[in-house]
Design a protein around this ligand. Structure first.
Ligand code: BTN
Length: 303
């Protein structure tokens, strides 16, 4: 008998659902989706988990199993959520939106900055349309509100080897999938974040003062994502960068970043066509392609 989970055997405690208590409902999301591809994969179902290790890991597994572009994986709670630079992404039950999308772009750069910036633009538009709240974007992947982090983007490349039955056993076809993960803090509830990050994080409902319609938000993110990715694949990078600049909380600010051998400080003056942050330092202009920047506040501290 075939499992409702395909080849994936959920560990005890994990549940694949249609609807969860925070209001996320796959049937509702699918009925309001205005996309062509995202959320509309033909040979694989979108998923909603009460609890999963990481929606990015789950989406990567589905991609390895051959799931087509567009599959959305959602979870109410992640037990091993990941952030950039090896960090943990914590999202207690009911408090956040954890969403990953399988993408299969035809040309795939290993520099994921542009796609991360484009996804930031998409989420910003979706949040604004759904809630009326305007987010800021901090290079490269942070969603900011009121001087604190409300969410983040994690773009990961999944390189897979897929043996074609029609080909000799020694032949492998390499397909690449890009897993785009989005985490948004929606409501704090009665959770207490660790002391060291307490004043650095924000929740969307702290600003809206009313419940956020998560189904509408997911559906709008899917739509906006599809739009920005189409613009990106048409080569119109400047359109994305201009949209990103409008929401930037990084450009024009004094920043600091820790590289392997040195600390760079300077003024963030631009992002270039590869999505790198251009910083004016005392010793000249530097381009940052990876890492994390901290922005200098008026009291001299950094966030
Ligand atoms: C960051 O700010 O460093 C990125 C955070 C990305 C978190 C999301 S939640 C959904 C998806 N699944 C994960 O394990 N991570 C991303």
């Amino acid at each position: 008998m075939s499992s409702p989970y395909g080849n994936f055997v959920p560990r005890p405690g994990t549940t694949l659902l249609n609807r969860i208590s925070s209001g996320l409902d796959l049937a509702v999301i699918e009925s309001i989706l205005a996309t062509k591809v995202i959320g509309r994969a033909e040979r694989a179902a979108n998923e909603l988990w009460a609890e999963v290790d990481s929606t990015n890991s789950r989406a990567a597994l589905l991609a390895r199993q051959g799931a087509s572009e567009g599959v959305i994986v959602l979870a109410d709670h992640q037990t091993a959520g990941r952030g950039r630079l090896g960090r943990t992404w914590v999202s207690p039950p009911g408090t956040g939106l954890c969403m990953s999308v399988i993408l299969r772009p035809k040309v795939l750069s290993t520099d994921l900055s542009l796609v991360t910036l484009a996804a930031g633009v998409a989420v910003t538009r979706a949040v604004e349309i759904t809630t009326g709240v305007t987010l800021g974007l901090k290079w490269v992947n942070d969603l900011i509100i009121d001087g604190g982090k409300i969410g983040g983007i994690l773009a990961e490349l999944q390189k897979e080897s897929r043996h074609q039955e029609s080909e000799p056993a020694s032949t492998n076809t390499f397909d690449q999938a890009l897993i785009l993960g989005i985490g948004i803090n929606i409501c704090k509830g009665n959770t207490e974040p660790p002391e060291e990050i307490r004043d650095k994080i924000r929740w969307l409902e702290e600003i809206t003062h009313q419940p956020v319609d998560r189904n509408q938000l997911v559906s709008q993110i899917a739509f906006e994502l599809e739009q920005v990715l189409a613009v990106l694949s048409a080569g119109e990078v400047t359109t994305i960068l201009d949209a990103w600049r409008k929401h930037s909380v990084t450009l024009g600010e004094s920043i600091k970043t820790q590289m392997a051998q040195e600390t760079i400080t300077g003024l963030a003056i631009n992002i270039n066509n590869n999505g790198a942050l251009v910083v004016q330092t005392l010793s000249g202009t530097r381009e940052l392609h990876a890492g994390e920047v901290s922005i200098r506040k008026s009291d001299g501290s950094y966030f």
